[in-house]
Design a protein around this ligand. Structure first.
Ligand SMILES: [Zn+2]
Length: 274
């Protein structure tokens, strides 16, 4: 512990000691039977000289309730201390408790202030710190959040608007049509404004190389042919063999390919080379 902290504590407790109980500033007489008897003859004065000391002036925010009587001690054992007040630890801030010191039929009220402090920030749990997605893939950054919870407030909800307390949000976004690495920041704040952050990265892969476009097959030229049903040859219409064919043997084909004719069982003529 650094040196100044110790001095600070001493100074703080001394200040606190005198500020909360003005009567404590007085120097009390040494305890002996004679003086005690003398003081007790004046009950009010005896009460006024009693010192009520807080064991702590600061408590951690929680859902519990605590007994204010457990947080103070009185330097005189024959004085009874009571209180009607409650300390609500689920409400951060200052709370004043009124204690009543009783001695026989006399009473004295002493007020003490407690600070309820929320020092615990929410806990963010992510599925993964790094993620790589495909170009164009749908990606929801909120799906990476396993939970965001506060030790006292419990699970925090995703922010719907601009609110910042008691919620979490993700800053940044991922554009899967733009390859690269994106950093996203999760910001969570409990109801008392204690903030936690965490970050994760999403990398969008480069777009896949475009498929090579298949060159369109050259159109196969079509022709008109005249086949000979008798010989099984086919000819271009101007072939001299066509003139020698009987009309009844001629089979006319229009707009067909050479391959079609061969597939249908014909042979190309050796003279006109169709
Ligand atoms: Zn021919």
């Amino acid at each position: 512990m650094p040196k100044y902290s110790y001095h600070y504590l001493l100074a703080a407790s001394a200040l606190f000691f005198s500020a909360c109980t003005p009567s404590a500033a007085r120097v009390l007489p040494e305890r002996n039977t004679e003086t005690d008897t003398k003081i007790i003859q004046n009950e009010q004065e005896y009460l006024d000289q009693a010192v009520l000391k807080q064991s702590t002036a600061s408590l951690e925010y929680s859902l519990k309730e605590t007994d204010p009587l457990k947080l103070i001690t009185c330097d005189r054992e024959d004085i009874t201390v009571t209180t009607e007040d409650h300390l609500d630890l689920s409400s951060a801030g200052e709370q004043e408790i009124t204690y009543v010191l009783h001695f026989n039929d006399s009473e004295r009220e002493v007020k003490k202030v407690f600070q309820i402090k929320d020092t615990k920030a929410p806990d963010i749990r992510l599925n993964e710190q790094e993620r790589t997605i495909e170009y164009g893939e749908n990606y929801d950054p909120y799906a990476n959040i396993v939970s965001v919870s506060d030790p006292v407030d419990g699970d925090l909800k995703r922010a719907e608007g601009e609110e910042s307390a008691g919620v979490y949000r993700i800053e940044g976004n991922v554009d899967s049509s733009q390859p690269g690495t994106y950093e996203l920041k999760v910001i969570a704040a409990d109801r008392n404004g204690n903030e936690s952050t965490d970050t994760f990265r999403v990398t969008v892969r480069e777009a896949p190389a475009p498929e090579p476009v298949q060159a369109a097959a050259p159109a196969v030229p079509t022709h008109d042919y005249i086949a000979n049903a008798n010989t099984g040859k086919f000819h271009i219409p101007s072939c001299s063999s066509v003139n020698q064919m009987k009309e009844s043997n001629k089979v006319y084909y229009y707009d067909v390919t050479r391959d079609d004719m061969i597939a249908w069982g014909y042979d190309p003529c050796g003279r006109c080379h169709p």
